[in-house]
Ligand binder design. Structure first.
Ligand SMILES: [Cu+2]
Length: 251
């Protein structure tokens, strides 16, 4: 590794420790802003407020181990939300995740999954066993930039489209920034998932599943151990983890 490159990597990892990465304090549905999880205040309030976004890491930091239980919903996997609350969206509608911020240069895709909650509801369900998840949307690389940079330049807002034909009910939406700026090294990828508790209305009869978190991601996956510093070539070479989006989903 050339000295310049080495210094660059040191600088990036320092930036990782001190800079705010981002969390999702607000979601937006049909123009209405709904409180998400504010890492600076919500975890410290007594009683803890009901939020549709599960608690995330207090430092808004990343998950490094894809086999960790935190990969499901950030620390939401070990710490269930304070109570039952969902945001309502129609099948075929849009949920926008408004991040507090997102750093330019944390190159990587944005990945989105749903899991249908059991009849007991989402708030008591960790979604970390079985294979309840399915991928609904991914953004990789377009117009000369990684999806993470597009998100950052779009005011840190990202729109997630809910399929038209899935069954109505309560779901967890797993929305994730996967930062690859250190991912040339095995174990260097950074995962920033958040889970949003939704009630999806209307829809059809489709009940997809098949993916598990933890389980679907492994450190050696070519979409997780990847050199993102290849410009347009990344667009050709990159295959995001988690597989394809089922063609049975309608948007
Ligand atoms: Cu960082």
């Amino acid at each position: 590794m050339r000295l310049g490159t080495k210094l660059f990597f040191i600088a990036t990892s320092l930036a990782c420790q001190v800079a705010a990465h981002g969390y999702v304090p607000t979601i937006i549905i049909n123009g209405q802003s709904i409180p998400g999880w504010n890492v600076n205040t919500d975890g410290y309030a007594t009683p803890q407020p009901l939020r549709v976004v599960r608690p995330t890491k207090p430092d808004s930091g990343f998950i490094a181990d894809p086999l960790s239980g935190d990969i499901t919903c950030s620390v939401g996997n070990s710490k269930l939300p304070p109570g039952p609350i969902t945001a309502t969206v129609a099948a075929g509608g849009t949920v926008s995740a408004q991040w507090s911020s997102w750093p330019i240069g944390h190159y990587g895709p944005v990945l989105n999954y749903l899991a249908k909650c059991p009849s007991t509801g989402c708030s008591t369900w960790k979604a970390d066993t079985g294979s309840p998840w399915f991928k609904i949307q991914q953004s990789v690389y377009a117009n000369g930039e990684w999806a993470s940079d597009t998100l950052a330049k779009n005011g840190a807002k990202y729109d997630i489209h809910i399929p038209k034909n899935i069954a109505a009910g309560d779901y967890l939406l797993r929305h994730e920034n996967l930062a690859l700026h250190g991912a040339s090294n095995l174990g260097g990828a950074q995962f920033y998932p958040v889970c949003i508790q939704l009630t999806i209305t209307g829809g059809g009869s489709l009940k997809p599943s098949g993916l598990s978190f933890p389980g679907t991601y492994v450190a050696t996956d070519p979409g997780i151990h990847f050199n993102p510093y290849m410009g347009e070539a990344a667009n050709q070479a990159y295959v995001p983890p988690g597989g394809n989006i089922s063609t049975t989903l309608q948007f």
